[in-house]
Design a protein around this ligand. Sequence first.
Ligand code: HEC
Length: 316
Amino acid sequence: MKVPSPKRLRRKNRIAALLLAAFVVQASACPALAGSRGAGYFPNIPLITHEGESVRFYDDLVENRVVAVNFIYTSCPDSCPAETAKLKQVYNELGDRVGRDVFMYSISIDPEHDTPAVLKKFRKKFQIGPGWVFLTGEEADITLLRQKLGLYLDEIQDGSGDHNISFIVGNDRTGKWIKRSPFDNPKSLANLIGYGLFDGMLQRSNARSYANVPDAPKYSRGEYLYRSRCASCHTIGGGESLGPDLHGVTKLRDHAWLVRWLKEPDEMLAEGDPIARELFERYNQLAMPNLRLDDADAEALIEFMAAQSRRVGRAR
Ligand code: HEC
């Protein structure tokens, strides 16, 4: 027997995983069960929106809707801003369908600190428009909800602030619910939320199927990191986004400053580094998250930002 190469094996495993994912979606889409389905399962807890409006989780937010739900807390220095920025890309992809066909909810796990006013401010930093609602409530209720949604991990309830950053997307009419990482490709997430979850849409001839997803291109380490961790807030030569345009930044800043900045921007800001303070004020007081990068990551990113700036410069 011919032994498959490791590359082919990985490919086979990936195809098997995709088929399994497609099967889970299909299997739970039993038409006989269609209709509003979650009433008996989801706790109908009271919550308050960033506008101060009182709502019930199931009755007002979920019933008969396609929704995406995640949990955040606004004082979180790393994963939540990165997660929110990623979901913002999904939100942008979905455009004005958010709030009409699909609904996005970010619920605070730190209700004591995250009052409606604090949530409203956080939302504004990310320039989030209508259709994506931030919510707070009673801690015990929210914990129950996280447990019911399968987004509560016992092992990290240690006060460190670590929490499960997956999010749940689902359609209450069909009872299809899927867990996803916000760090997946924003276009495929938008496609899943915007089309994949709708009744009968998977059968549509022009619906994109998992089998047609092209192989991931091979990126250098720096480009891979940039695309997966930074592109939700930055461009290189494409103008300002949530953060500054990074075109030419490797020439503008001292190398050592840049390496440290990529590794611990939160500490530099806390220490009152003048450049960090000036940028923080300029960018809506949205702090660049600490993405837990090491020296090798920082060097790879700097190399990529420099090379990409040169490419952009040549193309102009
Ligand atoms: C959640 C959004 C967000 C993410 C993700 C993010 N940044 Fe930033 N970045 C910012 C903001 C906002 C600023 C402006 C400084 C501030 O407000 O803290 C900034 C500033 C910077 C600066 C300084 C620019 C200058 O003029 O000196 C660099 C360099 C940078 N980011 C690189 C990166 C890289 C590389 C990544 C990925 C590893 C990344 N950022 C991820 C939001 C983000």
